[in-house]
Design a protein around this ligand. Structure first.
Ligand code: IPD
Ligand code: CA
Length: 274
């Protein structure tokens, strides 16, 4: 399919940034033995990737705002103007450890979220597999040149779920216990749970039907914005843990096809009542 001008702009930015990330990833693999300095090195790779993305996007769409993992928020020139939402390296912990599973996530929103902004486009690039997932509102979701649909599975006992496990500094002890209760419920009722380490790719893989659903708590808007529109355009459902359309605002997310989304919501609710 011919990509729109907007998706082409995102592709160019992601592809440029990916070149640097891939080059530095080779270096990270070498640095593993020394361990010293890997985190600093990676945080520079991350910053460089974001700078490249911002420069490309600002050139193509002057006046748009930015919501960035590294650089913070830059308001759009017009009060109600559009913004980019950028995670230059999602899966940083994988990257630091030399695990080849990470992505670049870029979304566009038509106006600030607080003024009722809606996602207009999103793309997630996995440079290791050369997979570019993208979607625009009302135009469907794609992986490279192939149309995406969420999986058609309806039975929970056949379903495979992705999740993000909280870690040190992410959530209180009590929240960790809640998460363990959720995990126990889902693992006891499904054919498996995977924790792969890039929330953006988890959502892209829901859209591609590789996993049937995904849930996580405490994410940031740049982790999920592109994935949310890609899953929805692939025919899937996305909400927060209370079934409200508030995943972007709260960072608590549940996604899947409509059966798996409601199945997951029920399991998560049951785990809270146990
Ligand atoms: C992280 C990844 C991970 C998720 C974490 C995120 P980062 O983002 O998306 O899968 O479990 O909650 O913070 O730090 O690699 O950009
Ligand atoms: Ca992230």
């Amino acid at each position: 399919m011919a990509q729109s001008a907007l998706i082409n702009v995102i592709w160019k930015a992601a592809e440029r940034a990916a070149r640097g990330l891939l080059r530095d990833f080779g270096e990270v693999e070498n640095l593993q033995v020394s361990r010293k300095g890997v985190a600093d090195f990676v945080s520079n790779a991350d910053l460089d990737a974001e700078k490249i993305i911002v420069a490309e996007l600002a050139k193509a769409r002057p006046g748009w705002g930015f919501i960035m993992e590294e650089g913070g928020v830059v308001a759009p020139e017009e009060n109600d103007g559009p913004s980019w939402i950028i995670d230059p390296l999602d899966g940083t912990t994988n990257y630091i450890h030399g695990i080849p599973h990470f992505s670049i996530s870029i979304a566009a929103i038509d106006k600030p979220l607080k003024n009722g902004g809606k996602l207009i486009a999103g793309a997630i690039f996995d440079p290791i597999r050369n997979e570019f997932f993208f979607a625009e509102a009302g135009k469907g979701a794609f992986l490279n040149d192939r149309r995406l649909r969420v999986a058609g599975r309806k039975r929970l006992d056949e379903a495979l779920f992705a999740t993000g496990i909280p870690f040190m500094g992410r959530g209180s002890d009590e929240q960790h216990d809640h998460y363990l209760a959720e995990l126990k419920t889902v693992m006891g009722s499904s054919s498996g749970v995977r924790q792969m380490g890039s929330a953006a790719l988890d959502l892209a893989w829901v859209a591609a039907g590789r996993v049937d659903g995904f849930w996580e708590h405490g994410l940031d808007i740049w982790d999920v914005a592109a994935g949310v529109i890609i899953v929805r355009e692939a025919g899937g459902m996305v909400s927060d843990h209370q079934a409200r359309s508030k995943a972007l605002e709260s960072g608590n997310i549940v996604a899947g096809n409509s059966s798996m989304h409601s199945g997951l919501l029920k399991m998560l609710k049951n785990s809270r009542q146990k």
